[in-house]
Design a protein around this ligand. Structure first.
Ligand SMILES: NC(=O)c1ccc[n+]([C@@H]2O[C@H](COP(=O)([O-])OP(=O)(O)OC[C@H]3O[C@@H](n4cnc5c(N)ncnc54)[C@H](OP(=O)(O)O)[C@@H]3O)[C@@H](O)[C@H]2O)c1
Length: 280
């Protein structure tokens, strides 16, 4: 299949290219090829002649989205509408990558696909609006919600390891809970999903969940950095531009029915840290 991948330079975009390259012709689209902030991107995407489009490109800086909600809306909502319009013109399926932050985090049990989204920050609103555009315009789509992605060059794991090199003590939020997810594992699951005709909304995260504090502790342990002290703090103590949904673990109910399962986040993290050349 001829598959266009937006956000080709991003964490998930790169993982998708690696996973799909053997069995498919991949068309990687960077921002220079396809600027989501411009309506011309509809025509540019149509001209690729793609038979399937995977759309992970987004304005992913959650605090940046809070400072500039208009940009969040332009890139994540309108940009996704343009991508969906191109898929409509091409009459091909779209895989739209969405987020755990469509939920408000007030639950006490992991969210399934059929739980009601209620975003609480501009990033979450803009990604939820992107989902709505896909549902309004297309018959054939997979909306894939992921969370707490790691696997590329810029992510939580890398930040923790960088801080470990700079400080003796790291403060980490202990009451924000989520599902750490390895980008190559999601990419593998998407590669299987697009071979099926089961369109709809999916959660694709690694098994299990933890707090930011536990995620950081596991990272430091795997990297052999037990010399660094990790200090638990409350979300309320951590000043940032965006408000944070405190509890957003996801449950992969729909994918499990298709036999698509992801390993535990601990196993995936061990593999990822093993690929990094951890230096003090
Ligand atoms: N990272 C997470 O923890 C997380 C959690 C939940 C959901 N998600 C979702 O998962 C998807 C992939 O995340 P990721 O971590 O792989 O993202 P990422 O590494 O930040 O990559 C995002 C990509 O989007 C591109 N992009 C940004 N603005 C654009 C524009 N106006 N036009 C075209 N391209 C643009 C970026 O290009 P430049 O490099 O040129 O800026 C970058 O290549 C996103 O849809 C995100 O919302 C991520």
């Amino acid at each position: 299949m001829r598959i266009a991948v937006t956000g080709a330079g991003g964490q998930l975009g790169k993982a998708l290219q690696r996973v799909l390259a053997d069995a498919h012709e991949v068309i990687p689209l960077s921002r220079a090829d396809l600027d989501l902030e411009h309506p011309d991107c509809v025509q540019a995407l149509v001209e690729t002649g793609a038979q399937c489009v995977i759309h992970p490109a987004a304005y992913t800086n959650v605090d940046g989205c809070a400072r500039d909600p208009d940009r969040a809306y332009r890139v994540n909502a309108l940009g996704t509408r343009y991508v969906a319009l191109a898929c409509q013109a091409l009459d091909v399926p779209l895989v739209y990558i969405s987020t755990n932050e469509v939920f408000d985090g007030a639950s006490t049990a992991p969210y399934a696909e059929y739980d009601r989204p209620a975003p609480i920050n501009p990033y979450g609103f803009s990604k939820w609006a992107g989902e709505q555009a896909v549902r309004e315009l297309l018959r054939r789509f997979y909306i894939v919600r992921v969370a707490w992605l790691f696997g590329g060059e810029r992510n939580f794991v890398r930040t923790v390891l960088r801080l470990a090199n700079e400080r003796n003590e790291i403060a980490m939020v202990a009451d924000e809970i989520g599902s750490p997810t390895y980008a190559p594992d999601v990419a593998g699951a998407i590669a299987r999903l697009i071979e099926t005709p089961y369109y709809g909304t999916y959660h694709l995260v690694n098994e299990g969940f933890c707090s930011r504090y536990e995620f950081a502790a596991a990272t430091l342990q795997l990297a052999g950095r037990t010399d660094v002290t990790l200090r638990p703090i409350a979300l309320a103590e951590y000043q940032r531009a965006s408000c944070v949904p405190p509890y957003t673990p996801l449950r992969n109910v729909a994918a499990a029915e298709l036999g698509i399962r992801l390993r535990s986040w601990e196993e995936a993290l061990a593999e990822y840290v093993g690929t990094l050349n951890v230096q003090r």
